[in-house]
Design a protein around this ligand. Structure first.
Ligand SMILES: Cc1cc2nc3c(=O)[nH]c(=O)nc-3n(C[C@H](O)[C@H](O)[C@H](O)COP(=O)(O)O)c2cc1C
Length: 327
């Protein structure tokens, strides 16, 4: 029988399917269910930088004597600790109660004071830290370099503080994407999660009000991570974890062929249920048996830009009759 194990961030995974950060990984009970369903690892629901700050601020505003600077610092730190403690307790308990790797996650967009708490993720036993960074490039005065610098500052400060592996979960909105990913790799990222799917705002044309866009992905969205995994996997020393739009075993196989070490899934579980994890792994195993592959490394990256004899297919963005039969 095929061996589905793979390596991600230096961690041995029993198979390539990780439960992505979401309410499915919010508490220990949910994390345990992911493990029972066959997930190779979990990324715990993110701790949001904004939540830490607003929690801290609201507690401080309630304090009568907060103008006293010492008291301000004391209560500011205390309230932050209070919020983070709940998160760390979840990670610590999860580590005790499940045997799969537990990856802590922070959603951030600044290299602010939250970074000083990074060491605590390591202290409670998190196997790795995933930083979900998104700086909306909507400020017309900010250049690409200024925005990218924020990512590098966060990464550098976190790497100074922890020894556990650090993965960056990012979007695809960068002009020189290949160069940016390469520089993140050189700056010490142990893994890149390509790509996050961000909240989308929609408009209700009857009420002329805003409404939330679609929260869950659709399978067609997997084409973008597939392309960039294929373009970058042979050019990076860090691991790529493919994410967004992965709904079945055939897409897991495609991402591995493109060079991903593993995948993260969320919408597929929310739309179907946790059994989709087992179905994906069964499909990968069956396909490997049929192809005569004994381990993931036998085929991982074999259709990446670096290894295929048709590297141009991954770079073309216009229709190409010669290769795809579409003009
Ligand atoms: C309800 C919901 C909550 C999510 N919460 C988080 C989160 O806290 N942190 C994070 O990094 N990603 C979060 N995500 C994004 C998912 O982890 C995942 O990256 C995204 O949904 C794309 O993968 P998918 O196509 O398999 O859903 C959330 C997604 C959903 C639908």
């Amino acid at each position: 029988m095929a061996d589905l194990s793979t390596s991600y961030l230096g961690l041995k995974l029993e198979n390539p399917v990780i439960a992505a950060s979401s309410r499915l990984t919010y508490d220990v009970e949910s994390i345990r269910k992911c493990e029972e369903a066959g997930a190779a690892a979990v990324v715990v629901k993110s701790l949001f930088e904004e939540q830490i700050d607003s929690d801290s601020r609201s507690m401080i505003e309630d304090l009568e004597y907060y103008s006293h600077t010492d008291a301000y610092d004391y209560f500011s730190n205390r309230s932050k600790d209070y919020y983070i403690d709940a998160y760390l307790e979840t990670v610590e308990r999860a580590k005790r109660e499940v045997s799969i790797p537990v990856i802590a996650s922070v959603n951030c967009r600044n290299d602010g004071s939250w970074i000083d708490y990074a060491k605590r993720f390591e202290a409670v036993g998190a196997d790795a830290l995933e930083l979900n960074i998104f700086v909306v490039p909507a400020d017309i005065t900010k250049s690409s370099h200024e925005i990218e610098d924020i990512y590098f500052r966060i990464l550098a400060k976190i790497k100074q503080r922890v020894t556990i592996p650090v993965a960056l979960k990012i979007g695809s909105h960068f002009s020189g994407l290949a160069n940016f990913l390469h520089r993140l790799d050189e700056a010490g990222a142990d893994g890149l999660v390509l790509f996050n799917r961000f909240y989308r705002t929609d408009i209700d044309i009857d009420s002329l009000a805003f409404k939330p866009g679609k929260v869950l992905s659709v399978p067609e969205e997997a084409a973008v991570p597939l392309q960039w995994t294929a373009i970058m996997s042979g050019a990076l020393s860090c691991d790529i974890c493919a994410n967004t739009g992965i709904y079945d075993g055939s897409m897991v196989i495609k991402q591995l062929l493109a060079g991903a070490a593993c995948v993260q899934i969320c919408s597929a579980i929310l739309k179907k249920n946790l059994s989709v994890i087992g179905e994906m792994n069964a499909a990968v195993s069956e396909w490997m048996d049929a192809k005569g592959y004994r381990s993931v490394s036998d085929f991982q990256g074999s259709l990446s830009r670096a290894q295929t004899d048709q590297p141009e297919v991954w770079e073309r963005s216009q229709y190409i009759k010669a290769i795809c039969g579409i003009s």
